[in-house]
Design a protein around this ligand. Structure first.
Ligand code: 3PG
Length: 305
């Protein structure tokens, strides 16, 4: 059967090689559309039984163009790019590969933080993370990696996650908090790890930023949609001590960079999961899951049940 790997952001070559080995080793044909446009994906999907994507949009148009499609695997964690209702309506199983790229995202959080608080290495004195407070907004796979690394920096860590028991956080040496108000008011640094859902879209803005202590830094390596961009701009204007760091830059990034150059830091393109290791982990997991689904209906990580 034909399995299409269609990713606008390419996997590391070593990951592609592994994906090829898994797919071809199982007797399937790999069709690779990397750095392609959406039209390239649509052109290639007609007779595909499996599809592997990253943040690439998979919607009704894609499902309509893919009558043979049985399984889509998002090589990564967030699946807000996939229309699950349409997948179900088309009889397609959608899975993700939870945890496989989390460490890469967490490492970038600290890379960006250090770059910001050392003033982009411009020769002036910066500040340190040792002893500072860090609030982790959602204690999932990425949040836990962030906590592990933050411990190494000697930060004081709390986390908010209604789905995680206090005992679990406490066993990790993390102080659980139980409201966003607590999380934002008690931490100089807050790191966002919530998914983009109907509940979380535009849920973080000036109201929460206003609660943060002096010299607050908000870092977003999750999804740009969870930020209320207009109210973020208002917060930047209202608080000269507030800084915003994002691997998922907002639509108003150019304006923010222009007005508050020193207080914002954005990657040019979402780079959190872009390491060879994360590509290998997530890419191979995705390939194995597609192959297993086509073989015997494997659906352990199905998200459209
Ligand atoms: C994820 O949800 O897995 C991360 O945000 C990484 O996304 P990417 O595969 O588009 O880099």
């Amino acid at each position: 059967m034909k399995i299409l790997v269609a990713t606008e952001k390419p996997f590391a070559p070593v990951a592609v090689q592994g994906i090829r080995e898994v797919i071809e080793g199982a007797g399937h044909e790999l069709v690779l559309v990397e750095k392609g446009t959406r039209q390239d994906m649509l052109n290639a999907i007609g007779d595909a039984a499996g599809l592997i994507v990253r943040s690439d949009k998979v919607d009704k148009e894609v499902f309509d163009a893919a009558p043979q499609l049985k399984v889509v695997v998002r090589a990564g964690a967030g699946y807000d790019n996939i229309d699950l209702a349409e997948a179900t309506a088309h009889g397609v199983c959608v899975m993700n590969t939870p945890g496989q790229n989390s460490n890469a995202v967490a490492e970038l959080v600290f890379g960006m933080l250090v770059t910001l608080i050392r003033n982009r290495y411009n020769g002036t004195s910066g500040t340190e993370l040792l002893g500072k407070t860090l609030g982790i907004h959602a204690y999932g796979a990425v949040g836990r990696c962030v906590a592990r690394i933050a411990k190494g920096f000697g930060m004081k860590i709390s986390a908010l996650d209604p789905w995680v028991k206090d005992e679990v956080m406490e066993a990790d040496g993390i102080r659980p908090v139980h409201s966003v108000e607590e999380l934002y008011s008690e931490n100089q640094y807050v790191s966002l790890h919530i998914p983009a859902t109907d509940e979380t879209r535009r849920s973080v803005g000036k109201k929460l930023i206003d609660l943060m202590p002096k010299n607050a830094v908000l870092i977003n390596a999750a999804r740009k949609e969870v930020i209320d961009e207009d109210s973020l701009a208002e917060a930047m204007e209202a608080r000269a001590d507030f800084r915003y760091v994002a691997d998922v830059k907002p639509d108003n990034a150019a304006m923010l960079e222009d007005k508050y150059a020193e207080r914002v830091l954005f990657t040019p393109k979402k780079m959190g999961a872009q390491t060879a290791e994360a590509n290998i982990n997530a890419g191979l997991a995705a390939a194995n899951q597609v192959v297993a689904h086509l073989k015997d209906g494997f659906n352990r990580f199905q998200v459209n049940k």
